[in-house]
Design a protein around this ligand. Structure first.
Ligand code: C5P
Length: 245
């Protein structure tokens, strides 16, 4: 399937941290049998890799150069643990400079560092073509903040997922509790609320590709909805926009 320009089809799913995008994108990509782009992982990799290589976050040129040369491989491997399922029975392994990176990318610290490097226009520019290269047949589901506005403005279908800041904080808190995190839980919830607010503020106030819905995006408020309910709403959009069932 290609669009009128001969390009593979794209569905963009944007939204703030904790809106459930990652999970929804995996389910939808699996249902469609399409590729997936987790653009947040690229910003996380740049932040994490820059820190590992002792680059200063004050030096935008150095970070942008690192982003342009980012030595990363995304590899589908047979699933052992059942956690973080990418495709059916498979897991997406991320290899940065020859080393597998996993949980260290998903920490709050790396998420916050990612939002700092993501505010640098030269870093965004350096990652642009790399993201566009994920557009391959039979199609792509792209997850991020600016997929519909900047990276794939010509996408055939665009979705913007929202949820109140409190709901997003509660979801993250629940995830951490399920992972068995102990300590002062009330203080933890306060910290998560603060982090979410800070990240929302930084992502939506920056001048380069701020977080905002594309004019032609369909808004879905996921507050109070189950994963299945959101996936069904997204699939309904896909059925209207693409030749899929
Ligand atoms: O989605 P995730 O939480 O992994 O993204 C980490 C950070 O990367 C976000 O807080 C945001 O600042 C940045 N990001 C971005 N543009 C994207 C994806 C992520 O600026 N397309």
């Amino acid at each position: 399937m290609t669009n009128f320009q001969g390009l593979p089809p794209v569905l963009t799913i944007d939204g703030p941290s904790g809106s459930g995008k990652g999970t929804i994108v995996k389910h939808v990509a699996q249902r469609l049998g399409w590729h997936m782009l987790d653009s947040g992982a690229l910003y996380r990799l740049v932040a994490y890799g820059s820190q590992q290589n002792h680059l200063s976050f004050e030096d935008e040129n150095a970070i942008a150069e690192y982003a342009a040369q980012l030595d990363v491989e995304f590899k589908l491997v047979e699933l052992e643990s059942g956690i973080e399922t990418g495709q059916n029975g498979q897991d997406l392994q991320i290899i940065l400079e020859g080393k597998v990176v996993g949980s260290e990318l998903r920490t709050e610290t790396t998420g916050n560092a990612a939002s700092i490097v993501a505010a640098m226009p030269k870093v965004r520019e350096a990652l642009l073509q790399r993201q566009r290269d994920f557009r391959q047949n039979p199609g792509l589901v792209a997850d991020g903040r600016d997929m519909g506005t900047t990276v794939f403005p010509d996408a055939e279908a665009k979705i913007f997922l929202t949820a109140s800041a409190e709901e997003r904080a509660q979801r993250r808190y629940k995830q951490l509790k399920e992972k068995g995190i102990s300590g002062n839980l009330a203080a933890l919830l306060q910290d998560i609320r603060r982090d979410i607010n800070e990240r929302d503020e930084r992502d939506s106030q920056r001048s380069a590709s701020p977080l905002k819905p594309a004019e032609d995006a369909i808004l879905i408020d996921t507050s109070g909805l189950s994963i299945e309910q959101v996936v069904e709403q997204v699939m309904a959009v896909c059925e209207k926009s693409f030749d899929v069932k």
